[in-house]
Design a protein around this ligand. Sequence first.
Ligand SMILES: Nc1ncnc2c1ncn2[C@@H]1O[C@H](COP(=O)(O)OP(=O)(O)OP(=O)(O)O)[C@@H](O)[C@H]1O
Length: 453
Amino acid sequence: MSGNAVALWEHCINQLKAELTSAEFNTWILPLQARVDGPLLRLLAPNRFVLDWTRKHYADRLLELCARHSQGEVSEIHFEVGEFARESGPAKGKGARAGSKASVIDSDLATRRAAANLNADFNFDTFVEGKSNQLARAASIQIARNPGGTYNPLFIYGGVGLGKTHLMHAVGNVILASNPSARVVYLHSERFVAEMIKALQHNRIEDFKKTYRSVNALLIDDVQFFAGKERSQEEFFHTFNALLESGQQIVLSSDRFPKEVTGLEERLRSRFGWGLTVAIDPPDLETSVAILHCKATQLGVELPEDVAFFVGRRIRSNIRELEGALRRLVANAHFTGKPITLEFAKQALRDVLVAQDRQVSLENIQRTVADYYKLRTSDLLSAKRSRSLARPRQLAMALAKELTKHSLPEIGQAFGGRDHTTVLHATRKIKSLRESDATIEEDYRNLLRMLTL
Ligand SMILES: Nc1ncnc2c1ncn2[C@@H]1O[C@H](COP(=O)(O)OP(=O)(O)OP(=O)(O)O)[C@@H](O)[C@H]1O
């Protein structure tokens, strides 16, 4: 299968996955193998029963999806019973003409990827390495190569939009690609909760348990959303134990260090930290610029160096915002037919930059304070109480109170789930220190200037 054909099939199955129940999808679509021969989509089903059912219920929809995605190039669909040859040996089934090994495996991989909820674009090749993510990337690569080994679970934590999900998908993609029988599942924790509730409602909790306890790699994003959901925590706890005991890999992500995820049962929280815990920090300027170049290449444009530095310097909050700004720039250039120059970028991003400047974000404050004191943002959010961390943390909280509209509890939450009284104490402390300590006053003023420039 060519890259286009794989993309076409992947599009079809992703679409059907969204439209069907998981039982329908797993029973009828997952067993299919696909090939595209010119205008013909050939689908092989494992037996007559699956063939008849899929042809009757899904042929029209599949054809519609194919025709639309291929812009009319694929216009016929053909079902057969059989299996494309996996190895160079003879193909089973009369319809199975010699499918090359690569073509069949590609179509299988696309299907398995969709079943695992994985995005093929989130891989290690498209993940730019920098100081801020070096350790998390290295640990993820290690785990992808040796799942269920020493680092289990892998716990990745860091602020919004910094690449945690990207790394989890990259791990899953490598495990799937290197082992044709591996079962991988990526899920946001809220989806885990929703599926569990659905299973309870429909009396299918045993199926639910079996599904999640039989995977080779379970990747659960944003585990802080388990907070307060006791029944889900209980279920996840048992899934977690079962997988760990049988040597299957678990990868978890959160916006904070495991011990600081509030609203979780202690036994779960402590298990999260059993394996390897790694942080992702906001990127430094050079990494932001490298990411912009990488994303621009993916979008098929070349970004001049001065524009990349301009965008990297001005959009400081997170990589998702950086990417959003780049997309806007590229779309503007496309519609106006103008080249992307520094002047063009300033113009095209004017609104984004004004909004960004007006609204100093909590992440921006944390990052600026961390840079100023040569600390890691994750240290500011951690529970560590050494003076070298406590003072910058208090300063950051005081700045957050002065520069944003966030409430005390919201600020506390953003600083590693602290109580609002801690924030109140910090603002009072800094206020009095600014009057008695010239260094603190100078630091505060410098930071204020940097944040409101
Ligand atoms: N180092 C990197 N190289 C290339 N792209 C990156 C990198 N880090 C993040 N990105 C991109 O930034 C975007 C946001 O990343 P991602 O969704 O992984 O963030 P996250 O940390 O999971 O955020 P959230 O906490 O909101 O779920 C994605 O498009 C991702 O591809």
